[in-house]
Design a protein around this ligand. Structure first.
Ligand code: NDP
Length: 282
């Protein structure tokens, strides 16, 4: 058996296409969606993501501006910039590219962003709303994963869903989103006793760990939907996921590739959140 590929690039393309009409009508009404991206320092990976976000905004007709600050910027200066962006009506979304340098308290920065412009969905107000089921900006990666699962046609309700990883930006919100769709959810982490045993129960498995090849075919139930969030560089500098693709492909029913799976969906969801913010849908 060889798993079917879930084409994240194609799904992201459809999401972006569906935003075009809304962007055009908002722009015609003098309310062009606007995204401000803040980047601190010279992290090459962050630079790649920011360039990609800007390019895709341009392609869709979303206004975007970039604020590049030196590695040495103080927390106060960064807070002042966010304050200024919070005040500007033409900016509907503010994204601060993480990680930030160690001398800056990330949580302080996240909490400074106006929750109504928090298109990353990291502000505790949006996290709390997600938790209790109120409309909120959904964090982009877990929201993108949900779209990819939908693409398979597999219903989530009643299924065993295992999320590996419990970060605030991926694992935890992923668990909540799956629960919201009535999955029976287990969240694993570095202290989980027998990861293979838990993973083998999964009808739907989401790997968000940051360890190349951690999930192998022997850890899977045959036919499972496997979503690989991981982005790791192997010893040859190649981008690889958390899933050992060759062995998992033999057992899973569906699998996302890396690259071309979750990555493109994360950006598509960011653009969707920005448009929803401009349209005041959230
Ligand atoms: P974090 O490092 O914040 O979290 C990793 C999680 O994995 C932690 O909860 C950790 O457990 C758990 N973990 C570590 N080792 C093991 C193990 N051996 N067995 C089980 N669990 C383990 O990472 P992120 O959530 O930020 O990101 C995860 C991956 O997803 C990374 O590769 C990242 O690059 C990628 N990513 C991809 C995105 C995309 O758009 N495609 C977007 C965001 C992230 P514990 O809590 O106990 O330490």
């Amino acid at each position: 058996m060889s798993a079917a590929l879930i084409d994240g690039k194609a799904v992201a393309g459809r999401v972006k296409e569906s935003l075009k009409t809304q962007i055009a009508s908002l722009t015609a009404a003098n309310n062009q969606p606007g995204l401000a991206v803040v980047i601190v320092g010279n992290n090459p990976a962050s630079r790649v993501y920011v360039n990609s976000k800007k390019k895709q905004c341009g392609e869709l007709g979303i206004y975007s501006e970039e604020h590049t600050l030196p590695e040495t910027v103080s927390e106060t200066e960064l807070l002042q910039l966010i304050d200024a962006l919070n005040q500007r009506p033409q900016i509907h979304g503010i994204l601060v590219q993480l990680p930030l340098p160690r001398h800056i308290n990330e949580q302080q920065i996240i909490e400074k962003i106006d929750p109504a412009k928090d298109v990353d969905g990291f502000h505790p107000v949006n996290v709390g709303k997600l938790m209790v089921g109120l409309p909120a900006f959904l964090p982009c990666t877990p929201a993108g994963v949900m779209e990819l699962i939908k693409e398979t046609g597999v219903t989530i309700a009643g299924k065993e869903c295992v999320v590996v990883g419990r970060s605030n930006i991926v694992g935890k919100p992923q668990g909540i989103l799956l629960l919201r769709e009535h999955g029976t959810v287990t969240i694993c982490h570095s202290r989980t006793k027998d990861l293979g045993e838990v993973c083998r129960r999964a009808d739907i498995l989401v790997a968000a760990v940051g360890r190349a090849g951690l999930i192998t075919g022997a850890m899977l139930k045959p036919g499972a939907v496997v979503i690989d969030v991981g982005m790791n560089r192997n010893q040859h500098g190649k981008l690889v996921g958390d899933v050992d693709f060759p062995s998992v492909q033999q057992v899973a029913g569906w699998i996302t590739p890396v690259p071309g799976g979750v990555g493109p969906m994360t950006i598509a969801m960011l653009l969707q959140n920005t448009v929803q913010s401009a349209a005041q849908l959230i």
